[in-house]
Design a protein around this ligand. Structure first.
Ligand SMILES: O=C(O)C(=O)C[C@]1(C(=O)O)C=C[C@@H](O)C=C1
Length: 421
C-alpha cells in the first residue's frame, strides 16, 4: 500500500465547501481513551483544541483510497469522539452539581446557554457538514447530558407523528420525553399544572400566517415564552392504496390543507376536504378506507402504515412553521434574543403611536404586530408585538419602562433566544 500525497480528505472538504481545511490528527485514539478527565475540584480549564496532524490518504494499487485503512482512520476518530462525549457528559454532570440540589429536571435546563453553545458551533463550522446538521448533533449531545439529571417532559399537539413532535425533538433533542396531548389548549394546561416541564405550540406559518387560536391563549394564560423553533415543513399526500385515482376525501389539519391549496386545486379539484384536529388524526382516518387520503409529514406514512401518493406537495418552497416553547419561568439573556409583548392600549388618539415610538427612537426592530380583540372588553384590542432584544437589557428595558406609562397594560410574554437553525 502507498500513500497519495495529492488526494487527502482535506482537499475533498475544500471541493465540497469551498473552504480550505486540513484533515489532521491529535493523539492516537488509545491515548484519548486513557485521558478522559475525571472532573475534580482542582480541574483546570479545558485547553484549546489541539492542532491535528495532517494525514495522507492511503491508496491502493489503482490509486483509490484504501478502504480498510480509511475505515481504520474513522474507527480511531470515533473512539476519540466517544471519549470526548463521555468526558463532556461528566463535566455537564458537574454543572448540575454546581447548580446545587434543585427541585426538578426543569430547573437544570438553561436555554440561553444552549443557544450560546449552538451559535459557537455555527461560527466554527467550515463544512463539509451544514450548520443545521451540526446543530442537530450538538443538540442531541446536550439533550443527553441534561437527561443525566432526569429527562425533560415536553407537551405537544399529538398524536405521534405531528410536526409539533418534530419541533419538540428539534429543540430539545431525543432524550426529552415528548408527551402527546389532544389540543393546544391542553398543552397550555398541562404545562401550567406542572405535568409537563415545557410545551411546544405552533404559532405561525411562512405562507398562511399567524395561528390566531394559539396567540389568543396567551391572553388568559400565565405561561411564559421561553424559546422558538423553526421547522421546514414538507407535506405528503398519503393513502392506504397509494393510488391517486382512488381518492375521494382528504383529511388533514386546516393549516396543512391551506399550505397545499393550489396543489389540491390542480390535482384533486373534486375531492372533499375535511379539517382535522391534527395531521396525524387525518392519517389515522385515512388508514380506515381505500377512498380516503391524508396530508401529513412523511413520518406519518410509516407511523400509520400509509403509502406516499405524492409529495412534497406544499405550495411554497420555503414552507416553514414557527413554534413557541412555553414554560413557567423566564430565563436570562443569551446575547441574541427576541421579546414577545402583549400590550393593551388605552382608547385615545395616538395610543398605538406612543407605544411604538419609544421602540423606533431606540432603533429596536419590531418584526411582528398583531391586534386581537381583548377578552372581556368590547371593541378593545390587545397587540401582540415581537421585538429584538431581552426585556432585562438596555435598550429594550428602557423602552418598556416608557411604554408602561402610556399603555393600559404591558405584559412581557417572554424574552428568549432567537431560533438557531
Ligand atoms: O451549562 C449548563 O448549565 C448545563 O447544564 C450543561 C448543558 C450542556 O450540556 O451544555 C446542559 C443542559 C443545559 O440546558 C445547558 C447546557
Amino acid at each position: 500500500m502507498t500513500t497519495d500525497k495529492r488526494r487527502t480528505p482535506a482537499k475533498a472538504a475544500k471541493t465540497a465547501t469551498g473552504t480550505a481545511r486540513s484533515v489532521t490528527k491529535t493523539s492516537s485514539a488509545k491515548t484519548a481513551a486513557k485521558t478522559v478527565a475525571k472532573p475534580s475540584a482542582k480541574a483546570a480549564p479545558v485547553a484549546a483544541v489541539k492542532e491535528r496532524k495532517q494525514v495522507d490518504i492511503p491508496v491502493d494499487a489503482q490509486g483509490k483510497p484504501d478502504l480498510l485503512s480509511v475505515r481504520a482512520q474513522i474507527d480511531g476518530i470515533d473512539h476519540e469522539i466517544q471519549s470526548l462525549i463521555a468526558e463532556r457528559a461528566l463535566w455537564a454532570h458537574q454543572v448540575g452539581k454546581a447548580k446545587g440540589k434543585l427541585a426538578a429536571a426543569v430547573d437544570y435546563y438553561r436555554p440561553e446557554r444552549e443557544a450560546q453553545v449552538l451559535r459557537r458551533v455555527v461560527d466554527r463550522n467550515e463544512g463539509p457538514l451544514s450548520d443545521e446538521v451540526l446543530v442537530r448533533l450538538f443538540r442531541e449531545i446536550m439533550s443527553a447530558c441534561l437527561a443525566q439529571q432526569e429527562p425533560l417532559k415536553i407537551g405537544f399537539l399529538g398524536p405521534e407523528g405531528t410536526f409539533s413532535q418534530q419541533a419538540v425533538y428539534k429543540h430539545f433533542g431525543h432524550s426529552a420525553k415528548a408527551l402527546p396531548l389532544a389540543t393546544v389548549e391542553e398543552v397550555f394546561d398541562e404545562v401550567a399544572a406542572g405535568h409537563a416541564d415545557f410545551g411546544v405550540v405552533p404559532v405561525e406559518n411562512s405562507g398562511t400566517g399567524t395561528i390566531q387560536s394559539t396567540l389568543d391563549l396567551f391572553l388568559t394564560s400565565p405561561l411564559m415564552i421561553c424559546g422558538e423553533v423553526e421547522l421546514r415543513v414538507h407535506q405528503y399526500l398519503l393513502s392506504r392504496t397509494g393510488h391517486i385515482e382512488d381518492i375521494e376525501r382528504v383529511y388533514s389539519h386546516a393549516l396543512s390543507l391551506a399550505q397545499c391549496k393550489a396543489w389540491l386545486r390542480q390535482n384533486l379539484p373534486k375531492v372533499e376536504k375535511h379539517a382535522m384536529v391534527s395531521n396525524a388524526e387525518g392519517a389515522r382516518r385515512a388508514r380506515n378506507s381505500d377512498d380516503a387520503a391524508a396530508i401529513a409529514g412523511e413520518n406519518a406514512a410509516h407511523a400509520y402504515g400509509l403509502k406516499v401518493v405524492a409529495g412534497p406537495i406544499e405550495d411554497r418552497d420555503d414552507n416553514t412553521t414557527r413554534f413557541l416553547v412555553i414554560g413557567r419561568s423566564s430565563f436570562p439573556p443569551s446575547g441574541n434574543d427576541r421579546t414577545s409583548l402583549l400590550v393593551f392600549i388605552r382608547d385615545q388618539p395616538g395610543a398605538l403611536y406612543r407605544i411604538l415610538e419609544p421602540l423606533a427612537r431606540r432603533m429596536i426592530s419590531m418584526n411582528r404586530i398583531e391586534s386581537r380583540p381583548a377578552h372581556g372588553k368590547l371593541w378593545q384590542y390587545a397587540f401582540f408585538i415581537d421585538v429584538a432584544g431581552h426585556a432585562e437589557e438596555a435598550p429594550l428595558k428602557d423602552a418598556l419602562a416608557e411604554i408602561d406609562e402610556f399603555a393600559g397594560e404591558v405584559r412581557v410574554l417572554g424574552s428568549y433566544p432567537v431560533a438557531v437553525p
